[in-house]
Design a protein around this ligand. Structure first.
Ligand SMILES: [Zn+2]
Length: 236
């Protein structure tokens, strides 16, 4: 088989390989699209965790106040029973004063506890809002993952198709020539065949000397670009 025919087939194979390299690159980049969705989910998880911590802190403060209130109420009861045992008027008055003082403290504590109830309501609302947002972001992530899965499987089936087409063509290419092509393809990031346009190699954008252009036109042997080492060809 003549070289011209081999080059003609290699140009076809290159078109398939160019698409294959592009698809493989795309396949590698695609999962990065999920990153922003994952980050959004993480942000919502963080704010949910914070809201839960806030609630816990408020509940603890409320519990402290309730214990304090309980203690004071017990003291009031204790003093009230002591009232019956007191004989002197002075002591009685002093104890009544103490009881009044404790009762005043109690109502201050009760008011503080009521404020905590409001804060707990607010914190619970924030938690349920954060849960809703989290669900939404998780749904978006899931959707993006499904889309990615479909895209990847489309890419894979196109890659299979390209592989099949390439196999059919390379069956008719000289094994040594094909070996050179594959070697350059691998080393030159998916581009082994460089077209010559207006005396310029499209693989490296360098000018090709007239002597080399003549050699390409003669089609006696494979001509390699001196600067990028790709196989040069001219479209007729
Ligand atoms: Zn070149």
């Amino acid at each position: 088989m003549d070289l011209a025919k081999n080059i003609e087939l290699l140009i076809k194979v290159q078109a398939l390989d160019t698409r294959t390299y592009e698809l493989n690159r795309l396949k590698g980049e695609k999962p990065r699209a999920l990153e922003e969705f994952r980050q959004a989910v993480q942000l919502e998880k963080d704010s949910l965790a914070r809201a839960k911590e806030d609630l816990k802190a408020i509940q603890l403060k409320k519990k402290d106040k309730e214990l304090e209130l309980q203690k004071k109420e017990e003291e009031v009861k204790k003093f009230q029973t002591q009232l019956y045992q007191i004989k002197s008027n002075k002591e009685y008055k002093a104890l009544v004063g103490q009881i009044e003082g404790l009762k005043a403290d109690d109502s201050v504590l009760e008011e503080e506890i009521i404020v905590f109830f409001d804060e707990i309501d607010k914190a619970n609302k924030e938690i349920s809002e954060a849960e809703d947002s989290l669900k939404k972001e998780e749904a978006k992530l899931k959707e993006a993952e499904e889309t990615l899965k479909k895209e990847i499987s489309q890419i894979n089936s196109e890659l299979d198709k390209l592989r099949g087409e390439k196999e059919k063509i390379i069956a008719n290419i000289d094994k040594i020539i094909l070996g050179k092509y594959e070697h350059i393809l691998k080393n030159k990031n998916g581009l082994a065949m460089a077209q010559l346009v207006n005396d310029v190699c499209q693989g490296c954008n360098m000018n090709v000397p007239p002597q080399v252009i003549n050699e390409i036109k003669m089609k006696k042997e494979l001509i390699i670009c001196e600067s990028c080492s790709r196989i040069l060809y001219i479209m007729e």
